[in-house]
Structures are given as C-alpha cells and as structure tokens.
Design a binder for this molecule. Structure first.
Ligand code: HT7
Ligand code: ZN
Length: 853
C-alpha cells in the first residue's frame, strides 16, 4: 500500500452541498439510498470519485437515469458531463456482520454508526474527506418493537407509522458537516432528559440514551454535560447551536466516544456511573469525556479539519480544553499531575520509539493508527504552551478570532497559529516546530551561584533527539517557568520568570541572590521536555517540602524517588533515607490536599523507571521498586496507619475532598500491605466487604490481588459473582489481574484468556486483558517470552475481527530496542510472525511493520 502524504493535498474536485439519506434498517440487512447533489469545483474534467470500503452499489442513477460506474479497489468513479448533477446510490449493508465497528454496526440490540475517520465509506460511496461539507437530511424506517427510538444528527423534523409493524423518523441537520460527523442510532432506548438555556436564552433539550436498566447510572453524565455547556460559554464564549443534544451509550466501541453533530455516541464506560460500579477515576473520566465531545461542537465540528494531517487541530485543542475544564472542577494541581503522568506513560515512549511522528504528521498508511498520544496529548501540550506564552487574555482573543474566521470551514493547524499570532502580535515562527518535529526535547539546566556578587546563573542546553525520518533537528522554542528558593529561609528569591529558550544553549542570570539558591524549573510542566539538572537529593527534598507550585513539589519528590531507584537498579542498592524522610514530611503536612498527598507519595511506575535506563532490566526494576516500597512501608508504618485511619469516610460523596480521602486511604492500604503488617489482608478484606463505593472496593481488591493471602481468591470470586452481569465492572476484574505484580501473572492471564467471559469481539474486554497485561512491565517481559507470545497470539486473532483495536495494542512489542538482546530478539520474533501472517490488515501491517525498524 502507498502512503498518503500531506504534501499531496489537493482541494476536492467535486463538492456535495446536499445529501438525503434513506435507511430501511435491519440488523441482518439494511438498505441505504443516498441522494446527493454533486457540483464541480474549478475547471477540470476529472470524474466524481466516491470512496468505498467493502461495499458495492446496487445501483447508481444520475439525474434519474441508471448509470455506469467504474469500480476501483477503494472507490467508484462516475463520469459527469455537466457542472451539477443529482446522483442516487443504493447499497445493501449487513450490520450484524460488521465486527470492525466502523460504519453501521450492531451492538447489544442497537444499530449505530461510527464514521470517523473513514467509516462513512462503509455506508455509502461518497467523497469521504473532511473538507467536503454537506447538509444532511436523514430518514430512517425500522421495526417499531426492536427499534422504537430512531436518532440522527441535527433536529427531529418528523416521524410516523410506516405500516407492517414499522415506523419512520426524519432528522435534519442545518449545519454543513463532513461525512465523518454523520451518525444514526436505532434501538430500544430510554433517555435521562434535561434542558439547558444558552447564554442567548435558547432552550436546548438534552438526552442521555441508554438501555432501561442503565438509566439510573446517567445522572453524572447529564450533570457533567450541563456544567460543560456553561463552562464553554464562560471560558471560550461558545454557545450550543441546535435545539437538541443527544448522547447514546453503546457497549461495543473502538474508542472513548464520538462527537457526531448533535448526536454523540459513547463507549458506555464513559457514560455510566454510580457509586457501586464506578471508581472516582471513572467518574472523572465520564465528566472529562462528556466535556471533550461537547467541546468538539466548536473545536472540530463548526471548525473542522481540512485533512487528517490536521487531526491535532481539533484533538489537541479539545484535549487542552477538557483538561482546563477538569482542572476547574477540582484540584488543578492534581489534574496536572495526572495529565503529566499520562503523557509520560504513553506519549514520551511513543516519541522515543519506532512509531514517533510529529503532531502534524507528514504521511500515513492507515489514518486510524494516528489517533495517538502524540496527536492528542502532545498536541494539547502545544496549545498549553501557546496559552502560557500569550497569557489568558491574548489566548482567548486568538481563539475567538480562530472561531470567527474559520466557522463553517475546514481549517489547518497553520490557520490556528495565524489566528493566535494575529490576535496577540506574537511571532510563533519558531514555535511551529512543535508541529513538524517529532521527539521529546531534552533540556539540561545547571545552576551555579557566586555568593560574592549575589548572582546565580543557569546554563540551559537543549537537544531534540533524532526520530524515524528526522535525523537532524533545529532547536525548539521552550517556555520554561523558573523560580529560585533560598535554601536557608525556604523563601522564594524573587518572582517566577518565564524563560523562552530558543537556542541550543543560553545562560540566564538572577541577581540579588543572597543565599544558596535551589532551582525550581519547568514549573507546572510548562514545556513537555525531559529535564536533567544538577540538583542534589537534598535540593529535591527541600523543594518537595517548600516549593510554592504544587506541581513542582510533586515533581521534586518524583525525581528524588526516580534518582534513588535508578541508583538501586544500576548499582544493586541505594540509600532510601532521603525519600523516606521526604515522604514522612509530606504525610505529616496537615495543610496539604489529601488527593495531592496520595499522588505525591506514590512511587514512579516500573515503566517510567525503565524509561530512565539505557537498557531496561524489568526484573531489576521490579526488585528495586519493591525494596523501596517495603522500606517506606515498614519505616513509616505508623504514619501509613494514621493516614489510613484518618482518611476513613462515612458515606460515599463525589466531592473533591471525599475523593482525596479515598485516594490517600487506598494508597495507604497498599503501603500497609507492603509492610507485611499481619492484619493488612484482613484490613483490605474488611474494606472490600464493607465498601459503599467502587473506589474502595476496587482499591482493596487490587491490594489483595497483588498479595499472597488466602483472601485473594475469595475476594476475586465475590467480585466476579457480584458483577458478572455488568460488563464494565467485569472489565475491572480482568484488568486488575492483568496488572498483577505476582510472579504468576502470566499464568493467570493465559488462564483468563480462556475464561467464558473473555471475548475479543468487545474492544473494552480485549483492552482490559491484553492491553493492560502488555503494560505490566515485569509480567509482559517475562524472560521466557511467554508474555510476548500471548500478546502476539491475541493480536493476530483480534486483527481478523477488529483491525483498528488490534493495531492500537502493538506498541509495547515495538519497544524491543530498549531491552536486552534476548528479550529484543523474542519481541522482534513476534513482530515478524505478525507481519508474515496471511491476510493481515493494513492497520496491523503499518504498526507491526514500522515497529520492526
Ligand atoms: N474524534 C473521536 C475519534 C474517534 C475514533 C477514531 C478512530 C476510530 C474510532 C473512533 N471513535 C472516535 C473521538 C474524540 O477524540 O473525541
Ligand atoms: Zn476528540
């Protein structure tokens, strides 16, 4: 297959201003008729090209007359004599055979669609590209009993009886949109309804549609939606534009959710929440994803992308917007910690490996492989840096200008940068490298101080590492928030400075520095870089207690832990005292937010420790981390006990304070178990049985699953039997075992893959077992190679059903260069086996093939 290149972009030859769709819906067979107007764009004599994937038209009529067409592998072509024609195309679909979950498919008795990025071409041959904007009118006819609810984009305009036990409904969307935003849903659904009055006084009807048995779990999503609608008006001046806004939850979904105009379709895990089944993490994720998809109504739908290379235009910006929203709902510091942790877990490794690509890629084979942490999360960091450099007011002026200028059009990343420049007067020329250069910049900051002249200097250097296809890099523009603290007084030495590092190296001076300074740099993670400083363990311990930026305080603690763990791995042992003292001090600080404390005292993950090493030894990393965990657990035994007892909550409440207590309590429980306290398993089991919420029940289960007590099997059985009919909770049962720290994790996972409730047909279940296992560093990298073989076997089987979901699970196997020769050879062996398999999808071929380089 030939790659698609950004440089080859050409505007569409034909536009389609109008499309009327008629669906005769059925799970076994659905008949679609599309009537479109085709209008020649520019002077050319090229045919109308209609993309298709796995469908062949039953008929094509041009201006009412049966016409010929030529069939290509991935399109049909129709030669049109004039400049404007009407085309009618009929197609027959089989939704119940659609295991790829792209196009029109059946899920749990529903019929629903997923069209981003290129699913519409599995419904109707069409110019399936985001720069063709079309006004849609949709008519659906279906069995009244099986599909009493018929939803599509826009506003409902009519419905009625169609005879023979069937009924019909018509929807009209006044906003021209690209085909990837088309959606319909048919099913036996009920709605949690509400309304929202917009800032100009219009009332919008809101509906969260689910199976009747799930209705009680939709209040949180509905309330998050209202909060998000009000927030977007207040913070970005963006008002909703249709009379209705519907969300439907489905069980089988390749991604988190989809922002179809006026009809969002969600993976049910990001809608359903009640205290008995959803953790605090799930509650937060529901609110964040509901907000994210809603925010797309402007950043993505009203202003869409010209082509898929511009994907981060909508995704990076919208992730930034949802991050701001979530920060405003609770603790901004904890939210930033979580976001940076996620970036380091997923994006930094991607940027350092064979699949590294710029935020605006230059080419792809299969676009669905580019819904990556780089496009989403690094893209959000790029927007955040603009926000930091321009300041709140100028950034808002830039976003207003962007929305005004490009409303109703398909725009580019360049358009966004220009709007920011035009509104603020800033010059973002060099900053644009963040869009074109892959790789995580490395920054060295060396502080020196001459007590005599009261001057402190910071020698800054940056290096952007080579990445596939980009051997040489220019220096980037890095906004670094910097502050100095006095090591004796613990007080700030002057105001924070925003230093824009644009050269390979620079010297920064601070005057009037009367006492020995300690460097606080990249505060708030102002630039997504890897930092190397000459700060000592004492400096880091000092900052973990005194820095006035909570994020920097957390970072100092993490760096202290990381330095200790890296020493332990590379030298076989390390002095734990500084970490233990810093954790003790944090636990003993009464003014700190409990959620912050829960995050700050957590050790870095095994994979993040591995990322610091030139060659990862997963067993040595595990041993070093366990040793520090045990030492922290035993030496601070009483403090963990106090933290555990002090964080007990009475009844479940979803408030930042109550969440913080649960977070700290579960972290403390983990340490109590690690200390070998004789009552730890009983404590965990009592928490497990007595919990009135999933956070505490799941926290206790995770502690028991990692241990050796006889309560482990009992808890797993109780959990299974209690939730066997709830697929989302059963996913947790699979994933908590896939993440097990026990020696027998691989055996367990192999057994779980044979469990009657395991299926690859459901993406959530596949990710819960296979995806989670492959980030369990020690287990996945078991020296026998069984972990690699297990994952490769699962991926090959999954590729036959759902290539998109399978391809997303390849990256852990692609990190072979980071491991010793034996492991690297086994990992490569599995990738080679995948690539050599007959009938492999384009998705897998691209991911596994690139991973071998
Ligand atoms: N914009 C949505 C992307 C999406 C998607 C992509 C590929 C395959 C299936 C998919 N479902 C949804 C989600 C979002 O970022 O809001
Ligand atoms: Zn999105």
């Amino acid at each position: 297959a030939q790659p698609i290149r950004r440089a080859d972009y050409r505007p569409p030859d034909w536009l389609v201003p109008e499309l009327a769709l008629d669906f005769e819906l059925g799970a076994g067979e659905t008949r679609v008729t599309g009537s479109l107007s085709a209008v020649r764009s520019g002077a050319h004599d090229r045919p109308l090209r209609l993309d298709r994937d796995g469908i062949v038209p039953d008929s094509v009529r041009i201006d009412g007359v049966e016409a010929d067409w030529s069939q290509l592998d991935d399109a049909i072509e129709v030669t049109l004599p004039g400049d404007a024609h009407s085309i009618e195309i009929a197609v027959t679909l089989h939704p119940d055979r659609n295991t790829q979950l792209m196009g029109l498919y059946a899920s749990g008795g529903l019929l629903c669609t997923q069209c981003e990025a290129q699913g519409f071409r599995r419904i109707l041959p069409f110019p399936d590209r985001p720069d063709v904007l079309t006004r849609y009118r949709v008519r659906m006819t279906a069995d009244s009993t099986r599909y009493p609810v018929l939803l599509a984009n826009g506003d409902p305009v009519g419905s009625g009886d169609a005879g023979d036990g069937r009924h019909w409904a018509e929807w009209d969307d006044p906003f021209p949109k690209p085909s990837y935003l088309f959606a319909l849903v048919a099913g036996d659904l009920v709605a949690n309804t509400g309304s929202f009055t917009t800032m100009s006084g219009r009332e919008v009807q809101l509906g969260i549609w689910v199976r009747e048995s799930d209705l009680a779990k939709t209040d949180h999503a509905l309330s998050a939606l209202k909060t998000a609608m009000a927030w977007d008006e207040k913070v970005y001046g963006r008002e909703y534009d249709l009379d209705v806004f519907n969300i439907v939850a489905v069980d089988d979904f390749n991604f988190g959710a989809m922002e179809n105009k006026g009809l969002n379709i969600f993976n049910s895990r990001y809608i359903l929440a009640d205290p008995d089944t959803a953790t605090d993490y799930d509650y937060d994720a529901v609110a964040a994803v509901v907000a994210h998809e809603y925010f797309h109504n402007w950043s993505g739908n009203r202003v869409t992308c010209r082509d898929w290379f511009q994907l981060s235009l909508k995704e990076g910006f919208t992730v930034f917007r949802d991050q701001q929203f979530s920060a405003d709902q609770g603790s901004p510091a904890v939210k930033r910690i979580e976001d940076v942790r996620g970036l380091r877990a997923a994006q930094f490794p991607e940027d350092a490996g064979p699949l590294a690509h710029p935020v605006r890629p230059d080419e792809y084979l299969e676009i669905s492989n580019f819904y990556t942490a780089t496009i989403y999360n690094k893209g959000a960091e790029v927007i955040r840096m603009m926000h930091t450099m321009l300041g709140e007011a100028a950034f808002r002026a830039g976003s207003d200008l962007y929305f005004d200028r490009h409303d109703g059009t398909a725009a580019t990343v360049e358009d966004f940068a220009c709007a920011m420049e035009d509104a603020s007067g800033a010059d973002l020329t060099q900053f644009r490298l963040w869009y074109s250069q892959a790789g995580t910049p490395r920054v060295s900051a060396q502080l020196s101080h001459a007590p005599g002249d009261g001057r402190a200097r910071i020698a800054l250097r940056q290096l952007v590492p080579p990445t596939p296809g980009q051997p040489d890099k220019a220096p980037m523009l890095l906004p670094l928030r910097i502050k100095l603290f006095g090591s004796e007084t613990g007080k700030p030495l002057g105001e924070e400075r925003l230093v824009l590092l644009g050269d390979t190296s620079a010297d920064i001076a601070f005057d009037g520095v009367a006492e020995t300074p300690v460097l606080s740099i990249n505060r708030g993670f102002s630039a997504p870089v890897i930092l190397d400083t000459n700060r000592t363990a004492a400096d880091l311990a000092f900052l973990s207690a005194h820095d006035d930026d909570p994020f920097a305080r957390y970072e100092a603690m993490q760096q202290l832990m990381l330095d200790t763990l890296v020493t332990a791995v590379t030298h076989g042992r390390a002095d734990h005292d500084a970490v233990i003292a810093a954790v003790a001090r944090t636990l003993a600080s009464p003014d700190l937010d409990k959620a912050f404390v829960g995050e700050a005292v957590l050790l870095p993950s095994e994979s993040f420790i591995g990322d610091q090493l030139s060659v990862v030894d997963p067993d040595a990393v595990f041993r070093a981390r366990e040793a520090l965990r045990r030492d922290l657990a035993t030496r601070l035994g009483e403090q963990w006990r106090d933290a555990y007892d002090g964080a007990a909550a009475n009844r479940f409440e979803y408030t930042p304070a109550a969440k913080g207590l649960r977070r700290l309590r579960n972290v403390a429980l983990g340490y109590l178990a690690a200390s070998g306290a004789p009552d730890a398993a009983d404590l965990a089991f009592a928490q497990f049985e007595g919990a009135d919420n999933m956070t505490d029940r799941h926290g206790a289960l995770a502690t028991l699953v990692n241990g050796t007590s006889d309560k482990r099997i009992a808890a797993l059985d109780i959990f299974y039997n209690r939730y066997r009919d709830n697929p989302l909770v059963l996913d947790k049962w699979f994933s908590v075992q896939a993440l097990s720290a026990r020696d027998d994790a691989v055996d367990q996972v192999e057994e779980l893959a044979k469990h009657r409730d395991f299926t690859l047909a459901n993406p959530n279940r596949a990710r819960a077992l296979v995806g989670m296992f492959s980030v369990n560093q020690r287990a996945f990298h078991h020296p026998s190679g069984r972990g690699y073989r297990f994952v490769a076997d699962q991926l090959l089987a999954l590729d036959k059903l759902n290539p998109q979901t399978a391809a997303k699970l390849v990256p852990p196997l692609g990190r072979w260069k980071r491991f010793d020769d034996d492991r690297a050879a086994m990992m490569r062996g599995e990738l080679e086996r995948i690539v050599a398999s007959a009938g492999l999808s384009k998705d897998m071929l691209e991911q596994a093939g690139k991973s071998l380089d």
